[in-house]
Design a protein around this ligand. Sequence first.
Ligand code: MG
Length: 294
Amino acid sequence: LEVRLVTIETQGGRQVAVLARDGTSVRPLKPSAGEASGSMLDLIAAWPAFRDGIDPHLGAHVALGDVKLLAPIPRPSRNVFCVGKNYHEHAKEFASSGFDSTAKEVIPEAPVVFSKPPSAVIATGETILGYLDPTRSVDYEGELAVIIGKGGRGIGRATAMAHVFGYTIVNDVTARTLQQKHRQWLLGKGIDTFCPMGPAILTADEVPDVRKLNLRTWVNGELRQDAVVADLIFDVPTLIETISAVIALEPGDVIATGTPVGVGIGFSPPKFLKAGDRVAIEISGIGRLENPVA
Ligand code: MG
């Protein structure tokens, strides 16, 4: 059973469903008492007991065109953890852009962790409101995001991967001039609609080696980013170890792991997103996250 989990909205309300292998239909997961109430966060918490017996809970196939796909976690229970400058070539392009007001070194000595508020999350197909940045310096950042399954504080590298529920895609959309102007990145990156997420969560047991996943980003069909997760400066176990050392991770937490080289600010002159542009991000096995810009 290949498990790609999605959150859908139908006339019956919001529920979690399993995306069919060919991606053309979904099978809603029918809630059972004490197991899952229909939200992704509840399912993640219940997953250890649920995982082996999922088949009896699967409803009939529904065509994907007949449901609205939401972000897999439409409203995370707290901020989305994010990691800045976590690919070597991207750290260099960011440093040479002159937009970096926060650090003197090119390659960080420790993970650069910040967060985006849950209110920034939108689904694939929904519109990035670029006009909320009055300076129109909106940039894309295609990223692999880790979904935490089992929480905890003080999780060590050696056991960190056992805490991963699955993986999705996040576009860490950024208003570059606000990122620079306000020093802290919250206002530059926490803007409403600036956290597209999805389309699905690929469960961790479908990913024998996360380092082999490939990430690609296109703007209006033009390939801008193409990297493998193995190029991360700080890998997934290190990120989990670093964050959980001081903040207890909780089931359903999202960690966006950073973006590779090829963002708009890396070009001279910068290639910022304009109204009418479309940004698409694909990661092998997870799917395609595509959003128009207004
Ligand atoms: Mg980023």
